[in-house]
Ligand binder design. Sequence first.
Ligand SMILES: [Zn+2]
Length: 359
Amino acid sequence: MNEIHMPLASRNRARRFPLATAVAVCAAFSVFQLDAGVGPMVMLAAQGSTAPSADVLEVLEVRPNFFMISGAGGNIGVQVGDDGVVVVDAGSAASAPAVVAAIKRITAKPIRYVIDTGPDADHVGGNDVLSKSGDTYFPGTRAAGARPDALRSAASILAAEGVLRHMTAAESAPAGSPGGLPTESFHYARKYLYLNGEAIEVLSQPAAHTDSDAFAFFRRSDVVVAGDVIDTRRFPVIDVERGGSIDGEIAALNRLGELAVPSVPIVSREAGTIVIPGHGRLCDQFDVIEYRDMVTIIRDRVRALIHAGRSLEQVKAANPTQGYAGRYGNDREWTTDKFVEAVYRSLGSGANSRNIDGK
Ligand SMILES: [Zn+2]
């Protein structure tokens, strides 16, 4: 179990909010778990490479028409309304049947869109199953998608162009889901939809976690599904091989901080824009800024060491994550050393150039 199962109690809000407020809001969230009937499917999920550690999915109602499903790989956002269901991120392939079951418990409406925030298997692995469990608005108009099963009605899969590119690259194709490729790719900064009574902006974040990340911003619900740009459990994964960079990561976090509005001037209220991270617990603007500051401080330390002529090994030995490694550096897959190396490599010879995030 990760900290997501105690979403607000663990948020260390004592500095900002009276504890009673945090407890009251925690109780206000409606949490329900899948019943035992879904157990076998979730057990199946445990066999996948990105399998959840929990044996249940957790469904959190973050707004009256908006839910977060966790425990199926990356966090999943679910918007529900008269038009049907818009799902942001599909979780891992192995968890997909359980995710479909969880969504059916929320609503009888069909999935209409799956939006991917990035190319990782724990976010796109469920594309195929979720899409096929759904239904497009426009049957018979899917020739452009050129999928082998194009005659079968399925939900559209929307992603930045690079997601399609990475998924079709042999080394990153999620096993067992060749049909889960995006049917609508975009290569510009902002793609928009208007569904279930609200504007949905899909905002490209070039060169952050990878070269093809996107935020999904639900403007009326005031929820941003942010993907792997923010991971409250650990340092952000900078996938340099797939076009990620530390400066692009900081630029993306700055943008996320600008999209989100905190509860001001009445700071005692548990209100404001909700940010669903790629992994970990729900965030507000304060959390995003805090995370951004942490990443920026470490970037600046590494850059200063590069300026001083230090090698990668010397940079690691200088402990540039000091003060943060205890909280963010304890992940087995994405170690502190790997993070520092990714920062070092993505700064590279560009360490003398100005910051692209303008800070
Ligand atoms: Zn992820």
